[in-house]
Design a protein around this ligand. Sequence first.
Ligand code: SAM
Length: 307
Amino acid sequence: MAKSKPRSKRPRPESESEPITAEGDMPQKRFYRSRAHCNPLSFNENFDYPTRPDLFDWTEDHYPNHPSLSPHDDTKPNDDVISTFHSLSSVRPNVLDIGCGFGGLTLALSPLLPHHTILGLEIRAKVTEYVRLRIVAHRKEHPGQYQNCSVMRTNAMKYLVNYFPGGSLDKIFFCFPDPHFKKKNHPRRIVSERLLTEYAYLLKPGGKLYCITDVKDLHDWHVEKCSAHPLFVGCSEEEMVADPCVELMRTETEEGKKVEREGRFGHDKYYMVYKRVDGNLESAVTAENFFETGQFGVEVFENEKRA
Ligand SMILES: C[S@@+](CC[C@H](N)C(=O)[O-])C[C@H]1O[C@@H](n2cnc3c(N)ncnc32)[C@H](O)[C@@H]1O
C-alpha cells in the first residue's frame, strides 16, 4: 500500500505571492533553504546592476537610516541640496561579506565596526530575502542599531566593479566559500588569479582580504593564489590575533557553527588574512599571464597552451 506523504510543517501561504514572514518579524531559516550550490559562471539572468558605481544610491533600499545621514531638520530652509547630495553619496559599503549565506557575519560585523558600512552579497534569492528580513527584524528589535549593514543579491564573481569604485573597500570576507572540489570546476572558485586582481583593484591600500574554510585543500589554494599575487601580502600571526574580525569570522558564520557542530571535513577551520599592498595594478595582469589557467574563469588545458 502506498504511504501517504508526511505533511509539511510549513504553514501554507494563502497565495504563492504571499510572503512567509511579515516585514519586521524574525524569519525562520527552514522556510528559506535552497539548493546548496549553483554554478556562478552560468548564473546570468535576473541581475540588475548599475553601469557605474556612482549611479547607485545606497540609501534608498539598503541604508535609509545610516548613522552618517544627518537627521532632516524641518526648521531650516531646504536649500542645502549639495550637502544632502554629499551625505547620500558618502553612504556606500566599504566592508563586503561575499557569499554571506544566512548572514551571521554580516550582522555580527555591524556593532563591531560601527563606523563602517557592511554589505553581505549572496547569489541565492531565497537566502538573500532571509538575510534582509533578519536585518529588518534586528533593526526593529534594537532601535538605532544595525543601520550600517545590509544585504544584496548579486553574482559577486561578475558585478563587483559595477557597484564599487576602485580603492573604496576596507575589508572583503570570504567565509566558507563553496569548495568546487573537482578540478574541472576550479574556475568556479571565488578566489582565483583573475578575481584577486579585481579584489586588489577594489581594496584600499592596506585593506584586508579574509579567507576561512574547513577544507584544507581549498585553504592551500587560497594561500597559493594570494601569496603568488603581487598585490597581496600575508598578515603575520600577531596581526591576525589582534584583529577582532578574525575571531568573528571563526565563530559567527552559520557554516563556522556547523563545522563545530557536525565537522563534515573535521572540526578544523583554516584561515588567512592578506593585506592589499600599495602598488599599481599594471604588473598584476600582463600580456604573458593574460590567458593563464584560472584567468577569466576559463580553464586552459596544458595541450591547448602548447598548441
Ligand atoms: C558555503 S556557503 C557559506 C555562507 C556563509 N559565508 C557562512 O560561512 O555561513 C557559500 C555561499 O556563497 C554563495 N555564493 C556562491 N557563489 C556566489 C557568487 N558568485 N556571488 C554571491 N554569492 C555566492 C552561496 O549561495 C552560499 O550561500
